[in-house]
Design a protein around this ligand. Structure first.
Ligand SMILES: CC(C)(COP(=O)(O)OP(=O)(O)OC[C@H]1O[C@@H](n2cnc3c(N)ncnc32)[C@H](O)[C@@H]1OP(=O)(O)O)[C@@H](O)C(=O)NCCC(=O)NCCS
Length: 160
């Protein structure tokens, strides 16, 4: 797929059941519906969905393959959450979502993308490294329940 056959759109309230499903499949501590809802309401928060644009996919909830949640703060894009539905992984959806978030940032003159990721999250670390993110710090024991470190990563955005 590699980003082809996908389109991106803002997430609306009607998408929340599908987002909750992907969230539950992707995380040990999924976000609550309330947390997701509040991101939809913040002026500085952007919640984008990657949707299968293929024939027949149009109105099915399952056509929503993944999402990214990010904040635009000053000259930074801060990624809060990104996830791909399990059946759609390794087809370029996660990368396409991160590139879309970066493109949003560029359009608003952002210079940096930042995020935190669990040390054990090999797929996410693989994705971020493949995109050019660099590790710039560690927050020891940041994920308190598992006493797991957060790796802080950043990627500079060249103006295009
Ligand atoms: C992390 C996640 C979003 C990646 O989404 P995805 O759609 O599968 O990613 P892509 O297909 O775009 O992968 C792009 C690149 O990332 C890297 N990557 C993706 N999954 C990987 C894995 N399981 N192991 C190692 N590298 C991986 C690879 O370099 C991959 O390129 P390749 O397929 O050509 O080798 C997905 O695994 C997910 O939803 N995980 C659960 C939620 C989560 O942990 N989110 C991150 C929170 S910080």
């Amino acid at each position: 797929m590699s980003g082809d056959g996908l389109r991106f759109r803002r997430v609306g309230e009607g998408d929340l059941p599908r987002i909750m499903e992907i969230e539950a499949a992707g995380f040990l501590h999924p976000w609550s519906e309330q947390m997701l809802r509040s991101e939809l309401a913040h002026a500085w928060s952007v919640v984008l969905a990657a949707v299968d644009d293929g024939p027949g996919a149009a109105d099915r909830a399952e056509a929503l393959l993944g999402y990214v949640i990010f904040w635009l703060v000053h000259d930074e894009v801060h990624i809060l959450n990104v996830a791909t539905a399990p059946e759609a992984r390794r087809r370029g959806v996660g990368r396409a979502l991160m590139e879309e978030a970066s493109a949003h940032g560029r359009r608003r003159a952002c210079r940096l993308v930042t995020l935190e990721v669990r040390r054990s999250n090999a797929p996410a670390l693989g994705l971020y490294r493949a995109m050019g993110f660099r590790q710039v710090g560690v927050r020891p024991g940041y994920y308190a329940e598992e006493k797991e470190d957060a790796i802080i990563m950043t990627m500079e955005l060249d103006p295009r």
